[in-house]
Design a protein around this ligand. Structure first.
Ligand code: P70
Length: 462
């Protein structure tokens, strides 16, 4: 096969500062993994070669963002950087009001407290760990209304993040609109494999919700990636700019929670933005209790400046094309070699289908956790479990929730690794696949009460 004459993308930046990487031996990693209880969250970063734990807060900032850091106005109240962030948020996301928070879950906490009453139901296009926990802590119950295809790793539906409108209608009929303060819509859907929601579906969700007086709250952490998928997969959007697609998406929602550590190309930050004056009024008051004054919300002025500047870069087509393209590159290499991954390949990560990768393991032997540990042992590459450990326990029965998806996530940080790193990643996964028969499962030896995946410990079954 001959190569095409032109690549469709290359990294749209050159490298100005580097951080040196360290390689370790298998023997070293065996000790490190054992000491970390076979939980990649408990590894020391210095013991990791290529870090694909998360794309959250791990981006490389640009010189333009770093220059902005020097312009931090570190006033307790009324920082210049807050007003810059506010105007940038209005320009790119289009909401009226802004409340900064230290990161995404700070915004989720405030939204849940202000909008949910005990006994309420919050439908959503698949759960996210922190989002659902805040809903539950506020006395609500999450109800999954994503389309069935989202739970099928092999379904090639182009918009696996879509809401199943029938499921949503059924819930409204069953519990009544009064018990549904809002529908929680994520774009893209992290736990489904970084899958997008279509503009058409989002519009329909908006119409159905409005009919019943239900609000729409967007998880906008990776909305730019979602906008890119809308551009390339939803016909009538192919000639539209990423910025205009993003703004249209937000126009079908009332409020958003933002983890700026993703799309916005920063290492820390978040916010809540809304058109709803009542929500704004209450959140602006509550933020001073939990985060900080409403013009900094737990952030330094310089952090807000980096976020404001990151917004200009996130919607650049060359940037987002290369960002999603890099994820697709790794995924395609694995697919070509017959490795079971979630398809279509998502926006921020390649998700290995651990159930198929390690078919000999029962779900309670933690296949996805095992696979993450095996990949680390093989290569020093760090991924993350997204299966039964992440799903946690049912608050009512106390049993493990048993999600259909048992995935190991290889998350690609933005603007950090090169194509050669991606080749090493693909080759390392192949090496683990070749030796998959030898992998034995894990037993949980320590289980924290909340978000157990972060701190749980395991032992190898022999
Ligand atoms: C990840 C990170 C964070 C996140 C998200 C979506 C769709 C909200 C948040 C919270 C970090 C993470 C969080 C929990 C478990 C594992 C990893 N996702 N909504 O790596 O935002 O972290 O800023 O509080 O993806 O996927 P924040």
């Amino acid at each position: 096969m001959s190569l095409p004459n032109h690549r469709s993308w290359a990294e749209p930046f050159k490298i100005k500062v580097v951080e040196l990487l360290k390689q370790t031996t298998r023997e070293y990693r065996e000790k490190a993994a054992r000491e970390a209880g076979y939980n990649t969250f408990l590894l020391k970063s210095k013991d990791v070669y290529i870090d694909l734990l998360t794309d959250s807060g791990t981006a490389a900032m640009s010189d333009y963002q770093w220059a902005g850091m020097m312009l931090g106005d570190e006033a307790y109240a009324g920082s210049e950087n807050f007003y810059h962030l506010e105007s940038q948020m209005r320009k790119y996301y289009g909401y009226k009001y802004l409340v900064p928070t230290h990161q995404g879950r700070g915004a989720e906490h405030l939204i849940s407290r202000v909008m949910i009453k005990p006994g309420d139901f919050i439908p959503g296009n698949m759960y996210f760990t922190t989002t659902r926990l805040h809903q539950e802590l506020a006395g609500g119950s999450f109800v999954d209304v994503i389309i069935d295809e989202a739970h099928e790793p092999e379904s090639t539906h182009p918009f696996k993040g879509n809401v199943d409108l029938q499921k949503l209608e059924d819930l409204i009929r069953e519990v009544g609109a009064m018990k549904i303060p809002y529908i929680s819509v994520a774009a893209t859907v992290n736990m489904a494999g970084g899958q997008p929601i279509s503009m058409e579906n989002l519009k329909q969700v908006r119409e159905l919700s409005s009919k019943h007086g239900i609000k729409v709250v967007l998880d906008a952490a990776r909305a730019v990636e979602n906008a890119y998928f809308i551009k390339v997969r939803e016909k009538c959007f192919q000639d539209r700019s990423i910025a205009s697609i993003l703004k249209e998406m937000c126009s079908y929602t009332d409020t958003c929670s933002m983890s700026a550590k993703k799309d916005l190309l920063v290492n820390i930050g978040g916010f809540l933005a809304t058109n709803d004056e009542d929500v704004f009024e209450e959140v602006r008051n509550l933020v001073v209790v939990y985060e900080g004054l409403h013009t900094y919300g737990g952030l330094a002025g310089r952090d807000m400046e980096a976020m404001a500047r990151g917004m200009d870069e996130m919607v650049d087509l060359d940037h987002i094309h290369a960002r999603v393209g890099q994820v697709e590159y790794v995924g395609s290499r694995l697919l070509n070699e017959g490795i079971p991954i979630v398809v279509p390949i998502g926006g921020h990560a390649v998700f290995l289908n651990a159930k198929k990768f390690l078919p000999n393991l029962k779900q309670l032997e933690f296949p996805a956790q095992t696979l993450a540990a095996e990949l680390y042992l093989e290569s020093g590459i760090r991924g993350m479990e997204r299966g039964i450990v992440s799903a946690g326990r049912d608050p009512e029965t106390g049993d493990h929730k048993r999600p259909k998806l048992e995935l190991t996530r290889l998350t690609i940080p933005r603007r950090v690794y090169t194509q050669a790193h991606m080749d090493v990643v693909a080759e390392s996964v192949l090496a683990v696949h070749e030796r998959r028969e030898k992998a034995s499962g894990l037993r949980m030896t320590y289980e924290p009460k909340y978000l157990r995946f972060f701190q749980a410990r395991f032992e190898k079954l022999t």
